[in-house]
Design a protein around this ligand. Structure first.
Ligand SMILES: Nc1ncnc2c1ncn2[C@@H]1O[C@H](COP(=O)(O)OP(=O)(O)OP(=O)(O)O)[C@@H](O)[C@H]1O
Length: 218
């Protein structure tokens, strides 16, 4: 379970999150919907320990994360696919996917097992596995970022505007991939942000709305 309780955050002295509370239950499918600049990315960054909190508490599976630095949060089973993807262009898709599992210190065997499981769930990545990330299209890169999040996201994956900028057909393919994950990994929660709920309707159980840093449940 992912839980944000009364989170407040500032960037450059400006209030960006105002007492944000949001819960993602185990295996839950939750969307956070808001316009550009509403605070979606900052909310996810707060969850991952990448945005400093002024107030409030983040917990993962009941564990208070106040003292857990960002680079250890994925060890709690949370995989994060940031909006900008942040792939290493000179690495292959395979190596980009393996990286977070290797950083966690998982054995080579476990890394390979997870890679195979992720490629099984996202077969479009199998053909790309040996390609350098620099040569991928935006849509392919988003799929790789999803696969990479799955490598460590044994409890939850959080996806920041994964459909943003995708052509409608690609966006539907991405949502189909998420639906496959829902069936294959029912215990892995998904928290996804978007500016519009339309394409996510068939996937999502609970929707939160964020407006000027304030979150309400739809
Ligand atoms: N590095 C920064 N410096 C100054 N202001 C920032 C910075 N990052 C975010 N902000 C401001 O914080 C607010 C929330 O930004 P955030 O990126 O969380 O919103 P968002 O809902 O994810 O929007 P987008 O869809 O544009 O990514 C915005 O008003 C934005 O201008």
């Amino acid at each position: 379970m992912l839980q944000l309780e009364g989170i407040c955050a500032e960037i450059g002295g400006a209030r960006v999150l105002r007492h944000v509370s949001l819960t993602v239950p185990p295996g839950g499918r939750v969307a956070l919907i808001g316009r550009n600049g509403a605070g979606k990315t900052t909310t996810l960054r707060a969850l991952m320990g990448l945005a400093p909190l002024r107030e409030g508490k983040v917990s993962i599976d009941g564990r208070d994360c106040g003292a857990v630095p960002a680079h250890r949060r994925c060890a709690l089973g949370v995989g994060y696919a940031p909006e900008e993807r942040n792939l290493f262009g000179s690495f292959t898709v395979r190596d980009n996917m393996l990286l977070p599992a290797q950083v966690l210190g998982l054995s080579g065997r476990e890394c390979q097992r997870r890679l195979e499981a992720a490629l099984e769930l996202l077969p479009e990545l199998r053909d790309l596995a040996g390609r350098k990330a620099a040569g991928l299209s935006g849509g392919q890169g988003k799929m790789v970022a999803l696969g990479r999040a799955l490598m460590v996201g044994t409890r939850a994956i959080i996806l920041d505007e994964p459909l943003q900028g995708l052509a409608p057909a690609l966006a539907l393919r991405y949502v189909d991939a998420l639906k496959r994950l829902r069936s294959a990994l029912p215990d892995v929660a998904i928290l996804v942000t978007e500016s519009s709920p339309n394409l996510l309707k068939s996937l999502i159980e609970t929707t939160f709305i964020i407006e000027r840093g304030e979150v309400t449940q739809a």
